[in-house]
Design a protein. Structure first.
Length: 854
């Protein structure tokens, strides 16, 4: 290599000498050239660029129409891409004759040094190989132009591609080099402008492993990588190890690496990946690259196509000893057209300024380093230079930057495939639709989080719903039954209105099952709050109607029995035998139910008014989808009905209901063995109260625990409601239905019910019977007295006889009651009046005794 470089230098110097022989010394325009060739590290692009520049000199000098009468001569030396050496070369060029009209430079660092200094000599500097964005600073480099596009030329292209594929979240991985730092700064400001989020910006000096690992951690999917090719290989190997490749990831690399960069020099650079692994990791990545070769077959200003130029350059390089046929290109081969076009730019600019200077009476030949006028003329000439070169259309921006097309490529099956071109200037993206994604679709720029509402499973809802519907139908049939058979004794004496209220409450409870299952599957989020309210109202009122009706029954029964006991006591005290007429006022029952209902309405109204139930969302930990792509994650959500002070309101409601429940339980227990004829089904009512209480006490706490499992809690609550309602209906109505079926002709007999008004004759008859009964009871009492006296006498006699005491029955209490109840119809006297004789030791024998005695 060293020898080749030296050969190149010697060769070019020889050719320079040859090229400058024929014209006289006066007609030579001298320019200086600084080429990085023999250095270590950095860009040694002079290896290919210097031959290209010499080629251009030949062509320019051969062109008759260009710089007529003048010859362009290049004085070149090697900078090794070292800024210090570059400066030394520059001073040599400037301080040694002949006078130079312009400087060519390559390698960003050298170019920076040269361009910053040369303004002091009024020299225009043209860089053919410097991509540093820092050079686009007109204040610092007022005389700099470059045929090499700035590295930032990739950025508009990157933004365009990001927008094209709908990516709005990227990560950046960069080598800590000045050129990449300024490129990233430019990229960041463009991203900000375009509304693209940069999740992370990782940089590394030489070992990218930590930086790549950090990328993995920040869930980066679209990653822009900026580094030199040696670092790129390390990055790619680390990418393989960190599994940051494949269908979920898109890498943007710089396009100026060799086409097979990821397969070569692996052993030499100690890359711990095999060729296959590198190929795998590289598959599908995108590159952006400023175009340095004219893409079409247009004839350029030199009369060549870019392909002609390639042939000539290859031939020249082969002569220099490069094995072009085996893809052994010298460094800077890609940029060679830039060097070629740089020389043409110089020549064209000189040609242009010569004409103008001639009018001013000046000549380029008279240029000195203090001559600002000629310098300005050269500057404006090159600034306006436009031509079609082998590197494409050559023009300079106001910053002195090359305006260029960028090319987008993708690695498909291990080979770079051109996807399209982008013209930054006119925002013209030419796309060939050749891109291929590993997953078959454009990768996402982030993990897509799908919000999935957890809803009650449909089969469960349908089964619960059908049972509830059946319940509603049953309840309606029972209401009809209740009204249809209202004249029957068995119905009449059971407070049918009360039972109807209970059935209505049951229907409300069944409806609430539907409301409980009406979740996000059926209702829109904005309707859900309404469902919440409806649930609360429906369930509360249903409960109050159903349970309240049962509660008021047992309450009445309890009242009746306590009253009866008091009356017994009164009777006992006064020894006055009278009939105790107990009539259950229906309004008392209704008042009880209405009272409970009113409390309900007040509580619910306050709840809704002050702190209404709202739809709240419980979010569960992310889940992987069961099927489909692994890019998505599922964020399960569950709707809840909650108000701000949910617990307070629930406490109030539960407290109130609990109180009613417990009190109902107490009353049911107290009256468990009491049969009151006015309310013939009180024992069944009691039983259904037990059942409701038990289920409620189980359900309420359990549902609070399993509230997060929508299916379980719905099933639990729905089953509890359904079970309660069906059992209550069964307990209260099955005996009645059986009775009605067994005694289909019972209707006419039932004449009397304390709750139902009756006719006048019946009243009279009833009154008569009462009187009769009273008479009879008086008689009984009188007889009893007599018996007592007689018994006493017998006892006395017996005592006298045997000296012991006999078994004397204690005082008998007689309660006369108006009974129409079942089971006593046999002993009914006069159509519904029966006489119960109950002694404190109420036994059958006592009863028989007194009756037979009667
Ligand atoms: C060079 O300048 C002359 C006039 O001075 C002009 O006629 C000629 O076209 C120019 N050459 C080129 C290649 O532009
Ligand atoms: C440049 O080349 C000349 C010979 O052509 C040589 O004398 C000189 O040392 C070289 N180096 C510099 C830095 O100019
Ligand atoms: C965009 O560029 C292509 C060639 O690269 C050209 O054919 C096309 O006309 C251009 N379109 C616009 C709008 O400039």
């Amino acid at each position: 290599m060293e020898r080749k470089n030296i050969l190149v230098i010697i060769f070019s110097i020889i050719s320079m000498i040859y090229g400058s022989l024929p014209p006289s010394d006066d007609n030579i325009l001298h320019i200086g050239g600084i080429f990085p060739i023999g250095g270590e590290g950095g860009w040694q692009g002079g290896q290919a660029c210097m031959p290209a520049a010499n080629l251009a000199l030949d062509d320019v000098n051969r062109e008759k129409n260009l710089l007529p009468g003048f010859t362009l001569k290049l004085h070149a030396n090697d900078s090794e891409c070292e800024p210090g050496l570059g400066a030394a070369v520059m001073y040599n060029l400037l301080y040694n004759a002949p006078q130079k009209l312009m400087l060519l430079a390559g390698c960003s660092t050298v170019c920076t040094t040269v361009a910053e200094a040369s303004k002091m000599w009024n020299l225009v500097v043209l860089c053919y190989g410097a991509s540093s964005p820092a050079l686009s600073d007109r204040n610092r480099f007022p005389t700099l132009f470059r045929t090499h596009p700035s590295a930032t030329v990739h950025n508009p292209t990157r933004i365009k591609l990001l927008q094209k594929f709908g990516w709005s979240k990227i990560a950046i991985l960069q080598q800590a080099e000045e050129v990449f730092i300024s490129t990233v700064e430019d990229l960041e400001s463009r991203c900000k402008e375009a509304g693209i989020e940069i999740v992370t910006r990782q940089s590394f000096l030489s070992d990218p492993s930590d930086a790549v690992r950090n990328l993995r951690r920040s869930d980066a999917r679209i990653i822009v990588g900026l580094f030199y090719v040696v670092a790129a290989r390390r990055v790619l190997c680390e990418v393989y190890h960190q599994n940051l490749f494949g269908k979920s990831y898109v890498w943007f690399f710089i396009g100026w690496y060799e086409d097979n960069w990821f397969e070569i020099n692996l052993d030499k650079e100690g890359i711990s990946c095999t060729k296959e692994e590198m190929r795998l990791a590289a598959e599908g990545h995108l590159t952006t690259e400023a175009l340095m070769w004219n893409q079409n077959n247009d004839t350029t200003i030199s009369g060549m196509t870019s392909e002609d130029f390639r042939q000539r350059l290859n031939k020249m390089l082969k002569e220099d000893g490069y094995d072009i046929d085996n893809n052994r290109y010298p460094e800077g081969y890609q940029e060679a057209p830039l060097a070629y076009d740089a020389v043409w730019s110089v020549a064209l600019a000189f040609n242009k300024s010569m004409e103008k200077l001639l009018k001013m009476g000046k000549s380029l030949k008279n240029f000195t380093y203090t001559d600002k006028e000629i310098a300005d003329e050269i500057y404006s000439a090159i600034n306006s230079t436009q031509f079609l070169g082998v590197s494409g259309y050559v023009a300079f921006s106001s910053q002195g930057d090359r305006i260029a097309l960028t090319q987008i490529e993708q690695v498909i099956d291990g080979k770079y495939v051109k996807l399209g071109y982008y013209d930054t200037q006119s925002d013209n993206l030419t796309w060939k639709n050749r891109e291929r994604w590993i997953g078959g679709k454009v990768p996402q720029d982030r993990t897509i989080v799908k919000k999935v509402l957890r809803t009650v499973s449909l089969p469960l809802f349908i089964s619960m719903g059908s049972i509830s519907a059946l319940g509603i139908v049953t309840a309606i049939i029972l209401i009809i039954f209740n009204i249809w058979n209202r004249h029957r004794r068995v119905i009449l004496s059971s407070h049918p209105v009360c039972n109807t209220i209970m059935l209505v409450g049951t229907i409300a409870c069944f409806i609430s099952v539907f409301l409980l299952g009406a979740d996000g599957r059926f209702v829109e989020p904005w309707e859900y709050a309404g469902i919440c309210q409806a649930r609360a109202w429906m369930l509360s009122i249903g409960f109050t109607l159903a349970f309240g009706a049962m509660f008021s029954k047992v309450w009445r029964v309890h009242r009746l029995t306590t009253k009866a006991k008091a009356d017994q006591a009164k009777l006992f005290m006064s020894k006055k035998i009278s009939s105790v007429q107990k009539k259950v006022q229906p309004w008392k029952l209704y008042t009880m139910v209405s009272g409970l209902l009113a409390i309900d309405v007040i509580i619910l109204g306050a709840w809704q008014g002050l702190d209404p139930l709202q739809r709240t969302i419980e979010v569960f930990p992310m889940e992987l989808p069961l099927y489909g792509d692994d890019d998505a994650k599922i964020s399960p959500e569950l709707e809840h009905c909650e108000s701000e002070n949910n617990n307070v309101w629930l406490g109030i409601i539960y407290g109130y209901k609990g109180l009613v429940l417990v009190f109902g339980l107490f009353l049911a227990y107290e009256t468990r063995s009491i049969k009151v004829k006015q309310i013939n089904d009180s024992r069944y009512v009691g039983m259904s109260i037990y059942n409701v209480v038990v289920l409620c006490l189980i359900t309420a706490p359990v549902t609070m625990v399993i509230a997060s499992q929508q299916d379980a809690s719905f099933a639990f609550v729905a089953l509890a409601i359904i079970f309660c309602c069906f059992l209550s209906m069964a307990l209260i109505f099955v005996p009645k239905v059986i009775e009605v079926i067994q005694h289909p002709r019972d209707k006419a007999e039932s004449k009397y019910n304390p709750d139902v008004g009756f006719s006048k004759e019946e009243e009279e008859r009833y009154q008569k019977l009462i009187n009769e009964n009273e008479e009879l009871q008086k008689l009984i009492a009188a007889k009893d007295e007599k018996i007592k006296i007689l018994k006493q006498k017998i006892a006395e006699r017996d005592n006298l006889k045997s000296g012991g005491t006999g078994n004397v029955p204690k005082d008998s209490l007689i309660i006369a009651d108006f009974v129409t109840g079942e089971g006593t119809s046999d002993s009914a006297i006069g159509g519904g009046i029966s006489v119960y004789t109950r002694s404190s030791r109420a036994s059958a024998s006592d009863f028989e005794f007194s009756e037979s005695y009667l």
